[in-house]
Write a protein that binds this ligand. Structure first.
Ligand code: TUI
Length: 314
């Protein structure tokens, strides 16, 4: 067993969060992860509240264990999603794509645990002052919308700056990654890419197969200043690179990107869709149930920690 203070804080068996990926992290996946002893998280993305309410219902119908919702701060529905999670008494909220500061006290008053994703030390400091319960330090190895610091330098800097539980994210999919995160001072990990390939993940099969096929250099970062997105290389990624090369405007990027994640996730169009995945995709090699993924990672991490402890000489 590997248990950390994160487990007692949230009432979960293992210190593993499943990334709240827009379109990908549905109620089915979140319920499977929570039933397996991790924290399953629904990705609200840009979805309207009625859609997210349905996903919350699916989780509540399938598990009594704690679960979360990820609120994406670039969504036009942020305020409504915050009201929804309060009304539904969702146990844990993670946030991404912006500063959730203005909602922290309302969420805390409702008894919700708040774990914002941060990609910088500056935002970590500001959010600690507002009373968040913990932070997810996300390095730029991860898939989707990214910051610009890698996990290995980001996590210990945030751990040394704040007095809060820190969860490491970005580039983690195995027990070695979990052990490394603990070594950096984190009390848990968040994994997105690995859970795309959970059997319970409802993403199109082509998307899962693209992740499984990916090798070390198969992701690329596309976008414009302040809005960078890591995806698997494909036709769409090449089109984004052409926009970058000719210094296209924010509007042109937004136009090219509109609806592309949905196209990959639901239609399985992995050439013209946005196939968001982290650099660790190369270590994701099979589709299996969330429970087996989690148990394998815990067993591997235990082995790694025991193995490296033998390097200590008396
Ligand atoms: O949010 C993510 N990753 C995501 S969201 C997403 S949905 C999407 N769909 C279509 C196109 C683009 C995105 C895909 N991947 N990760 C969490 C994250 N948050 N990474 C970076 C940040 C972040 C950025 C700025 C957090 C806070 C922040 O604050 C700026 C400030 O105000 O200081």
């Amino acid at each position: 067993m590997i248990g950390t203070e994160l487990c007692s804080l949230l009432g979960i068996k293992y210190p593993i969060f499943q990334g709240g990926m827009a379109w990908i992290a549905t109620g089915e996946l979140a319920a499977a992860v929570s039933n397996a002893g991790g924290l399953g998280i629904i990705g609200a993305g840009n979805a309207p509240p009625e859609v997210v309410r349905e996903e919350i219902k699916k989780v509540k119908d399938s598990t009594d264990n704690p679960f979360g919702v990820n609120v994406y701060y670039m969504s036009p529905h942020v305020d409504e999603i915050i009201s929804l999670v309060i009304e539904e008494k969702v146990p844990v909220i993670t946030t991404g794509g912006g500063n959730p500061g203005k909602h922290v006290s309302a969420l805390k008053n409702a008894g919700i645990k708040v774990f914002p994703v941060v990609a910088s030390v500056a935002l970590a400091k500001r959010l600690e002052k507002l009373g968040v319960d913990g932070l997810i330090a996300e390095g730029m190895e991860c898939g989707g919308h990214i910051g610009d610091v890698a996990t290995m330098p980001l996590v210990p800097q945030i751990v040394r700056t704040v007095n809060l539980p820190v969860i490491a994210a970005g580039g983690i999919a195995t027990g070695e990654g979990l052990a490394a995160a603990l070594a950096l001072g984190a009390v848990g990990v968040q994994m997105g890419t690995r859970f795309i390939c959970a059997s319970e993940c409802t993403v199109h099969r082509n998307y899962k197969e693209a992740v499984i096929k990916a090798k070390d250099r198969d992701t690329v970062v596309t976008g414009f200043s302040g809005h960078y997105v890591r995806v698997l290389k494909n036709k769409l990624a090449r089109e984004f690179k052409e926009l970058e090369a000719r210094g296209a405007s924010k509007e042109e990027f937004e136009e090219l990107g509109a609806g592309r994640l949905k196209k990959a996730v639901l239609d399985g169009d992995i050439e013209n869709g946005s196939v968001m995945a982290g650099q660790i995709a190369a270590l994701v090699n099979e589709i299996k149930p969330a429970k087996e993924i989690i148990e394998e990672i815990i067993a591997e991490a235990k082995e790694v920690i025991l193995r490296i402890s033998r390097y200590i000489e008396n």
